[in-house]
Design a protein around this ligand. Sequence first.
Ligand SMILES: Cc1cc2nc3c(=O)[nH]c(=O)nc-3n(C[C@H](O)[C@H](O)[C@H](O)COP(=O)(O)OP(=O)(O)OC[C@H]3O[C@@H](n4cnc5c(N)ncnc54)[C@H](O)[C@@H]3O)c2cc1C
Ligand code: SF4
Length: 448
Amino acid sequence: MGEHPVVSKTGKALSAEDIAANFEDLHPPLNAEQVSVEASRCLFCHDAPCVAACPTSIDIPKFIRQIATGNLAGSARTILSANIMGGTCARACPTEILCEQKCVLNTGEHDPIEIGALQRHAVDHQIAKGGPHPFARAPKTGKSIAVIGAGPAGLTCAHALAVQGHTVEIFEARQKPGGLNEYGLAAYKMAEDFAAREVDFILKVGGITLHYNQALGRDIAFADLQTRFDAVFMGIGLGRPRKLGLAGENLGGVMDALQFIEDIRQADDPAQMDPGENVVVIGGGNTAIDAAIQAKRLGARSVTLVYRRGPTQMGATQWEQDLAAINGVTMMHWAKPERLIGEDVVHTVHFERTCLQDGNLVGTGDHFTLLADRVYTAIGQELYDQGLASLRCESGKIMVDEAGHTSLPGVFAGGDCIASGEDLTVQAVEDGKVAAAGIHTYLGEQNG
Ligand SMILES: Cc1cc2nc3c(=O)[nH]c(=O)nc-3n(C[C@H](O)[C@H](O)[C@H](O)COP(=O)(O)OP(=O)(O)OC[C@H]3O[C@@H](n4cnc5c(N)ncnc54)[C@H](O)[C@@H]3O)c2cc1C
Ligand code: SF4
């Protein structure tokens, strides 16, 4: 079904088959012939700009050359040595603003190399074939590290530390590992059980124990971790969705968009979910777009995404905005919600149009309403700071130096909970890598 799903324009329910097809892989894997054609287009640039545009600096020309010469295992190793979550990133990276945007073939006349799709081909082959883990562990160092959170940052950090010979214990608040790879990425980007299979692959390196249902601040105390372990890594993401702070927010039918996306990801059969008939999504980032598209793909009759600023200020990329339009989502810009109206369940949302005045966003005094039996709010997440002891935070993020070291000795952090760049999976992986190197150096200094 890809980028063009079956959508309901009349309110007539979609069939279970239509919905199942709507949630298949957005970009199915390339076949052998497509891989061969795509790999042979690469110019193998020296000082390739695509490498500089990848936050994890994967040696892209090298891994594509390895594919072209039939060395798939070598290609996967090249990718995974820079990015152990190369499988998820191949599916989820906004390549149109990262590696593929900088491809020298991306001239308008030619399409860029499909770097993400080639990366997926090599990594999926490695994970599917099983066998020994491609990275051997160094001899045991006797040092142990606590990692808080089994999302992309925590898992990457744990893997890199385990490879160095350290012993790692991960404490994860939820019942499953993977963080937003498991609960947040859109179902059509992370089809089937890839998130879980990737975690199994990562843990196969050995030396990592994962404890579930163990939340820092609820089940474990920061001071205990500092006593029991030689170092601590915090990869807790941004756990608390922001509230609108408006009247009617607690009505039935009003829901955090991330919860809606999570419900779809965790559903045995998404076709059993009721997406609502008239859906309004409030927000302008990834989460808003993903919730709007998935509501449409579940069969909602009308889905309107309302954002308080213009299209160029949206957190979602142009490609994602185009995808929403292709999926039948109506986009409305320059409007902010004022209140939500209903008896027990929401039926109308009141908005005021907005504009910029001397650089500030202000209401214009023009108002309008939208009918809605479902409202998904997606105005961002913030740091859930329970149990963070005296860690220095600024603007809702944990402060770290260039090695990922926080204000407390031996405590490192990475991923969405720090201010390192875009909140993307690939950035969380890079942060986990940087912090693992920082922890390794720190532990060496403690010995000396
Ligand atoms: C809806 C949505 C869609 C997205 N789509 C994309 C996309 O298409 N492409 C892309 O690149 N990025 C996307 N992102 C961003 C990407 O998912 C994040 O940048 C990435 O997951 C951050 O990784 P992390 O490890 O820092 O945090 P998380 O993935 O949030 O993982 C944090 C982990 O820590 C655990 N935890 C939290 N608090 C505690 C505690 N107190 N004790 C123990 N454990 C705790 C959590 O349960 C979780 O498992 C999306 C984000 C959202 C919300
Ligand atoms: S990790 Fe993402 S940005 Fe880096 S090369 Fe792969 S697809 Fe591109």
